[in-house]
Design a protein around this ligand. Sequence first.
Ligand code: NAP
Ligand code: G4F
Length: 343
Amino acid sequence: MTKVAFITGITGQDGSYLAEWLLKQGYQVHGLARRPISDVMRSHLYQVHQHVQLHYGDLTDGVSLNTILDQVRPHEVYNLAAQTHVAISFQAPEVTTNINALGTLRILQQITHNPHLRDTKFYQASTSEMFGNSMQTPQSELTPLAPASPYGIAKLYAHLLTQNFRSSHQVFACAGILFNHESPRRGELFVTRKITQAFARWVSGQHTILELGNLDSRRDWGHAKDYVRAMWMMMQHHTPDDYVIATGTQHSVRDFCNMVAAYFNIPLHWQGSGVSEQAVHAQTGELMIRVNPELHRPLDVINLVGDSSKAQRVLNWQPEYDLNDLVQHMCEHDLQLVKNLMQ
Ligand code: NAP
Ligand code: G4F
């Protein structure tokens, strides 16, 4: 029997990689889209859009979700849709909560109320942002959760709800507590992609200033392809549970800039001692990295690194890519993108 999967957030970084992975496993893949088909064809789904079935709806629209879920009757639901920008969540906390927290409730309610969905498995995209500024390092499934942003708080609601539906309604519901993961498909507002794009533009002769916020913030950056495989592995295990997915290594935003500069072979000369302004000099010109205080968050999470030993032990999950591979993939892609745009 062909398995049927339904992915919310299918047009995003993870959704598109997950769709490709599930198609390879022989699934029939359905996805929720909130934008016109012409947009979706130009999105990350361009390679596989003819193999996935898209349904127009929105996580804030319970009626559309109920209708679609009743039509599709999936064996597995992957809830990846979200307002994913932490900084934006400070400016738009209400819509962030509606999508990230109540959107999850709308799906879980439908799974429990619709008799055709009684055996439907559910995956929730939980996040390391729920740890906030934790006293514990590295962070595991047992680390106390104390989010520091409206995004993290909404995600914590959805995370607890997932656990609650698992224990109170016996839904096969898993939550993947995923640490930051990136790829050439990463949204352009996130710091890694902002950096690789700026360097690629600079190498191509577009000498712009790169403005960043907190350079000292440290993250555990993995590759999105490894992380969507982990989502699927959680859903194939005999028992639903929560798992941290991370690499266990940590780098600062400043380190990431240095790695990208090394990839493009741009010698760096950091100028200035404070955080107000830093200059990077290169042999063939000058790339300026300027700290813009407006890019600092009202409260930042500064020290994330995950302990994924449970996922390694129970699911036999291992990442295939390291940070050097990730930097290489992102830089190669962004350089090609700039070249294509300049033709
Ligand atoms: P992403 O690239 O920003 O994609 C977000 C997706 O959500 C897009 O498909 C977007 O649709 C969709 N979406 C946003 N609002 C929606 C709404 N109201 N109704 C329906 N769809 C909506 O995010 P990602 O990096 O793939 O992350 C996937 C999930 O994992 C998210 O839930 C995120 O919070 C979580 N997560 C991500 C990371 C990470 O480091 N990437 C780590 C931990 C957890 P459009 O294309 O129309 O905008
Ligand atoms: O790339 P970021 O915006 O990712 P952040 O905030 O960690 O959130 C991402 O990972 C979460 C998992 O922990 C996901 F749940 C979430 O959906 C998203 O995918 O920022 C990373 C760090 C922050 O400390 C930020 O203050 O980089 C710092 N930063 C410094 N300059 C910047 C910038 N972040 C952005 N976006 N833009 C800057 O110019």
